[in-house]
Design a protein around this ligand. Structure first.
Ligand SMILES: Nc1nc2c(ncn2[C@@H]2O[C@H](COP(=O)(O)OP(=O)(O)OP(=O)(O)O)[C@@H](O)[C@H]2O)c(=O)[nH]1
Ligand SMILES: [Mg+2]
Length: 389
């Protein structure tokens, strides 16, 4: 038996090679599928390897039909069983029964062979060539807990961009990553005041993420630092102490503090403060699991025309939970995402992963408990710096 191995991108091409080289008497001994090249599982090319043999005794003998072409011989794809094909020609009952069994066996083998071709080959091996430089960049993203899909997307982008660069060093790679992050993150800039009448801004979100603290920071910045007329409304009547705390804060920074937890009351106090530049509304923390609470909040806020809603999220929350919160708060038709507690996390990856997957612009980042200092207008290069440091 003469045995040779043939490689091609597809099974058809490999078989064609076998036929061309060994003729139609060739027997396929076994096949193997595998993938080569690519990067991080992307762009890999499939190859097929066919090991074929030719019984040297058959070379030159009269051909009773193409072994590779007729259906029975396709069973040879899986092994040597078709060698006894002559049994089919025997006229006796026993021979017929043997032939039937053989046929059944061959049909089974053909089925298995087809299954093996169609389904991914578990034994296939990956020859993934990875650039060590890109591996380092990938490690940065992994360390910051960026989502796997987002990493794939970023790295596929870099695998194309890096070879085009003159200097293929770590500095260039980091620069490319930083550019990609900046491109992916949408920011809105600060709250824009209106030329006439008050701008009304509400913060909504889960409990304890820092809504009240962030509003206090905004209030202090717009009133004390920018000299704007600001009013503060709290719709959070669940915690009496919180209202009292806000009133004390209002006294210190000289900002009126109102309480309104019904649509009519809210309209009334907004009307009362129509001379202000900015009206900030604090809301009670809502569990994303409680859609009734979210519905009530929606009723309250939709009473205010032109209201700008910022969904407040903590950067310490994981990606999956962040996406669930965003989904559950969607009925409120919020406009921005505002991320708090950036100081408390080193795994900025969840924030980055979410920000690349949703279309809401980010308004502010907060970075500590200090009022009014620990707040900044969200900038994408801040995130890329955090990612790369
Ligand atoms: N480290 C850190 N802590 C913060 C930040 N913002 C708020 N906090 C703290 O988070 C805690 C909760 O803040 P709150 O402002 O009461 O949160 P909230 O969203 O209003 O909470 P509820 O009204 O109960 O839903 C407080 O201890 C804040 O000081 C921040 O950016 N970084
Ligand atoms: Mg609060």
């Amino acid at each position: 038996m003469k045995v040779k191995v043939y490689e091609a991108p597809t099974m058809q091409e490999a078989i064609a090679k076998v036929k061309r080289d060994l003729g139609s008497e060739a027997i396929i001994l076994f096949t193997k599928k595998y993938r080569i090249g690519g990067f991080l599982g992307l762009f890999r090319k499939q190859r097929v390897e066919v090991t074929a043999g030719l019984d040297i005794n058959t070379i030159g003998t009269a051909n009773s039909g193409s072994r590779l072409n007729n259906a029975r011989n396709k069973a040879l794809l899986t092994g040597p069983s078709a060698r006894s094909t002559n049994a089919l020609a025997a006229p006796t009952m026993k021979a017929e029964s043997d032939s039937l069994n053989l046929l059944r066996k061959e049909v089974r083998e053909i089925k298995e062979a087809i299954k093996a071709l169609v389904e991914p080959d578990e034994q296939s091996f990956d020859v993934v060539s990875k650039d060590p430089l890109l591996e380092k960049v990938e490690q940065i993203l992994v360390d910051k807990e960026v989502d796997g899909e987002v990493i794939k997307n970023f790295m596929a982008n870099m695998a194309v961009a890096l070879p085009r660069e003159k200097n293929q060093d770590m500095e260039t790679a980091r620069h490319l990553l930083s550019e990609k992050i900046k491109k992916e993150i949408i920011t809105s800039g600060p709250i824009n005041l209106l030329p006439y009448g008050p701008k009304v801004v509400a913060l909504v979100g889960p409990t304890g993420v820092g809504k009240t603290t962030t509003l206090a920071k905004l209030a202090a910045n717009y009133s004390l630092l920018a000299g704007k007329k600001v009013a503060f409304i709290t719709a959070d009547t669940y915690r009496i102490a919180a209202v009292e705390q806000l009133r004390t804060f209002g006294n210190i920074v000289d900002i009126p503090v109102e309480v309104a937890d019904k649509p009519m009351d809210l309209k009334r106090v907004i009307q009362k403060h129509r001379d202000k530049d900015l009206i900030l509304i604090d809301t009670a923390g809502r569990s994303p699991k409680n859609q009734k609470q979210v519905g009530e909040l929606n009723k309250l806020l939709s009473a205010v025309e032109g209201i700008e809603i910022h969904l407040t999220l903590s950067a310490t929350t994981g990606k999956k939970d962040l996406l669930t919160i965003i989904e559950k708060f969607k009925p409120l038709n919020f406009h921005h995402l505002l991320f708090t507690k950036l100081d408390e996390t080193s795994g900025i990856g969840a924030l980055l992963s979410v920000a690349t997957q949703v279309d809401y612009p980010i308004s502010y980042f907060t970075t500590g408990q200090n009022v009014p200092d620990d707040i900044e207008v969200a900038k994408s290069d801040r995130l890329s710096t955090m990612m790369l440091n």
